[in-house]
Design a protein around this ligand. Structure first.
Ligand code: URA
Length: 225
């Protein structure tokens, strides 16, 4: 099974996804390899989403020799990928290799780390920029963020998406690594969301970082620290 249900989330179990994630976790993986690894992981996850969540239909095709029946994936023209700036950018680049015709939304939502986590394990989130395409009922919307930690950022982004008052056909949240509190928060607040990740890690530390995790995905991809 390439995508397995584990409680409130589903896990992408493709061997190459695990392999890429292991390299991303490695503290010795430097910026370029880290960024390229996120791109590769996004592409693998994209293929797995197509395989596990999309239907195919039979279609007649004319080969150079004869006509035969083939299969086409349905719905690939109705995909919206939402890039949560900034760590999702390389992850989205990979997803776009699987969904080259996707419309794209961008939302800059970041947690105020200087404020720290509150008693409910949440961070204040500031949204500074948002540009979303108009959504339709036939759309598959994939919201990408490599790290689903407390779930505060993701829930804020999902509220913005829901404010369009359109129920897309599928709303997928995709992360590389998720922490249990983030999975629970998103599942409780958005029970109809399809929560996909490559790994569900053990816990969050006091600063809201996922343990074992892979550190700060944005800083490692953009070399800002
Ligand atoms: N964001 C990150 O980049 N890493 C974490 O562990 C948590 C949030």
């Amino acid at each position: 099974m390439p995508i397995e249900q584990r409680g409130d989330a589903s896990v992408v179990t493709h061997a190459l996804a695990k392999d890429e994630l292991t390299k991303l976790r490695d503290v010795d993986t430097e910026q370029v390899a880290f960024r390229k690894g996120l791109v590769r992981l996004g592409r693998i996850c994209g293929y797995e989403i197509i395989d596990g969540r999309f239907e195919t239909e039979y279609a007649e095709v004319q080969t150079p020799l004869t006509t035969t029946m083939g299969e086409r994936v349905k719905g690939l023209d109705d995909v919206v990928i939402v890039n949560i700036l900034r760590a999702a950018t390389p992850f989205v680049e990979g997803l776009l290799k699987a969904f080259p015709r996707a419309r794209q939304g961008v939302i800059s939502a970041s947690r105020d780390e200087s404020a720290g986590m509150d008693d409910d394990g949440e961070f204040p989130i500031s949204v500074e920029y948002e540009k979303m395409p108009d959504l339709g009922p036939e759309d598959t919307v994939i919201v990408a963020d490599p790290m689903l930690a407390t779930g505060s950022t993701m829930c804020t982004v999902l509220e913005h998406i829901r404010s369009q008052d359109v129920d897309p056909e599928r709303l997928v949240v995709l992360s590389a690594v998720a922490a249990p509190p983030g999975v629970v928060r998103v599942a409780e607040q958005f029970p109809d969301v399809d929560l996909l990740t490559v790994a569900i890690d053990e816990e969050l530390d006091d600063d809201g970082y996922i343990v074992p995790g892979l550190g700060d995905a944005g800083d490692r991809a953009f070399r800002t620290n």
